[in-house]
Unconditional design. Structure first.
Length: 248
């Protein structure tokens, strides 16, 4: 099944749609995704910033967005990093993690990162752990022909204990938070929230405008947290607009 193609001045990219399948976030809904199918001869990297701004998300080498016929709960969300102000709980998270050491690394396979990734999946997303269990799967998860700016943000304690790793893509104006995984035994440090806070800080320090957080779903506990990073913008009917407090 095919979706409507995306047109640019130089290239037309067809969209390939999946069959309807049970939604991973809302158990009473059916979902459908559309994927970009770029020409092997084309250079997709110049298109990537525009595709992020159009609501697409990267998973490994694939770019996709929801295209569900009876649901629009998945809402693209981004943070204008220079305007961000942490709330009281977020300031507390930063304070208790003052001892965290940050390293920016190339997006390549690292045994310690991979071991943490496996532990995280089995603890938090066991439905995904079995199909992402070997190193080849992990390598494909990291790779991207869409961005030469893919990096790993490694967070560790002063004694070298690995706390969290975030895979991000950097473009000329934005950072895209592709995926974050962390030590399930250190939940008291709020490593997921910490990772987003540090990505916002780094994006601002690097002179970028946006941090793309993927999709926000107000009625899904796993995804609802994203509206707590404010101010934020969401895409509705193809237009970015401010997320209002009452929307969350």
């Amino acid at each position: 099944m095919h979706g409507a193609p995306i047109m640019t001045e130089r290239i037309t990219i067809p969209l390939l749609a999946t069959a309807l399948h049970p939604c991973a976030y809302l158990s009473d809904r059916e979902a459908r995704l559309v994927f970009l199918a770029p020409s092997p001869a084309s250079d997709p990297e110049p298109l990537y910033p525009a595709l992020l701004a159009a609501g697409f998300r990267r998973s490994g080498p694939d770019l996709y967005r929801p295209d569900c016929p009876s649901c629009s709960a998945c809402t693209p969300i981004r943070i204008p990093v220079r305007d961000f102000v942490p709330d009281r709980q977020q300031r507390r998270t930063l304070k208790i993690n003052q001892d965290v050491v940050i390293r920016i690394l190339d997006a390549v396979v690292n045994e310690a990162h991979f071991a943490l990734y496996q532990r995280y999946l089995w603890a938090r997303h066991p439905e995904d752990a079995e199909k992402n269990s070997d190193e080849d799967d992990y390598r494909q998860f990291l790779q991207s022909g869409w961005s030469s700016g893919s990096r790993l943000i490694e967070l560790s304690l002063e004694d070298g204990t690995l706390l969290a790793v975030a895979l991000v893509d950097m473009t000329g104006s934005a950072l895209s938070a592709v995926y974050t995984w962390y030590d399930p035994g250190m939940a008291a440090r709020s490593p997921g929230t910490l990772s987003v806070l540090l990505q916002i800080r780094l994006a601002a320090e690097w002179g970028l405008t946006w941090l793309y957080l993927g999709y926000w779903i107000s009625t899904c506990r796993k995804m609802a947290y994203k509206c707590r990073f404010a101010p934020a913008e969401v895409m509705r009917d193809g237009l970015w607009m401010a997320l209002k407090p009452e929307d969350g």
